[in-house]
Design a protein around this ligand. Sequence first.
Ligand code: ZN
Length: 531
Amino acid sequence: MTRARLVAILFAALTGAQGPSYDLLLRNGRIVDGAGNPGYQADVAIRGDAIVRIAQSIPERARRVLDVRGQVVAPGFIDIHSHAGAIFDVPTADNYIRQGVTTLITGPDGGSPVRLAPFLAKLDAVPKSINIGTFIGHGSIRSAVVGQVDRKPTASELNRMRTLVEQGMRDGALGLSSGLFYVPGSFASTDEVTELARVAGRFGGIYISHMRDEASRIVESVNETIAIGEAGSVPAQVTHHKVIGPGNWGKSIDTLRLIDEARRRGVDVSIDQYPYTASSTTIQAALFPAWAQEGGRTRMLTRLEDPVTRARIRTESADIIRESRGGGDPTKVVIAGCNWDTSLAGKNLAEVTRLRGMEPTLENAAEAAIWIVERGNCAGIFHAIGEEDVERILQHPATMIASDGEIPIFGKASPHPRSYGTFARVLAVYVRERNLITLEDAVRKMTSFPAQRLHLLDRGVLEPGLKADLAVFDPVHVRDAATFERPHQYADGFSYVIVNGQLVFEGGAMTSARPGKVVYGPAFTRVPAAK
Ligand SMILES: [Zn+2]
């Protein structure tokens, strides 16, 4: 080596001038910062896993420069309600990444592993494209301690449940989720849930609830959610807020008024929502009364063998089809998927009823639903939500966007399109086409708002020092492509998605990078790994 070369290397080492200043530089994008501020044109520089600079013009060199003129640069979206258990099968979570989602929160509706530490360790160990965190589920804890039965917990059982919530929070949960609509959450009293939500609140978590009823008793259910937050001193969230059943449409006027009143008196209550007029859960959960499911599957099947009890279940199920989830018509109930007969996916309940040799009356459709449940249950899609309620809820300032979706196996079954389209659909339909909310507000509902709610203080806003989770999209062409008929279609319009400083999506394809991290709740204390 020549002396001059050596001097040059030493000089470079001392001044740091030997290499590019940044790892990644996004030039000329329209910054929509997530906080709700008006967009503006600027460059964003990333080093390692962090945003290090945002300025009108960043002239320094970078290892990689992307010209994103004409595109929006936003924080990566945070989905506060997802069913992401399939992350172990599809660790790229393509359906989410391709619509700009960089963080998934799972464990919703009261369902999670009871012991989170091993689950989170396993999540941590799997190389993945996306960040992920979890709630601790009330229903799972109740099931483990009390069982699937309709009774109050004893004092010692309640204590045990408290301890499990506390352990979940220390293990890293972001809060307590409940599914009071589902067995066994449906058997829990308001007081029981309040006691457990209080524990989550004490450890900095939130209480997020799939409420007891989203149809005729929706107003009472919102009241209950507010009461739990208020009495338990814990931030509360009405998750996937919707009004089910044509006879109930319009009740969001009342539910939002209740939420406004609660917020005015200092109760910290918020909402999340997906932008569709159909919901999705299992046929059994949606169309069976809770009492019929009490005690678990064997007891339910025994009830169905008794003709009188079966008739009672059929009548109540027909009422549910008429007045709530069924939207008044068996064609509005569509099979999303069944493990035991993949050919049923995409068929509606009227068609299934005909296949069973019956005219699709409400009673016969209920009998077909019973047949489905006896065979092993199916996932269903239920077209029974009014668009006016969707729009009204979306426009509320306390509403954030969440998919309630899953990580599907691409091409398999006929899942709700929300898994592929939620975030893109809000940007396309409700921002661009209908002008119901501004782009800046929509992005806030997808980023800083859920981040604040979850105490994820290092994400959700474009700001130097924060983690470099970014979604870059064309605001003119962004759109959801997934439909109920053809759900397996990725969203359009996203050019780059960055997770912890690394590109996970570019040029229309997932990259090989797996920078996703587990995100932990505020009470998490990392236990030093054993040597
Ligand atoms: Zn739910």
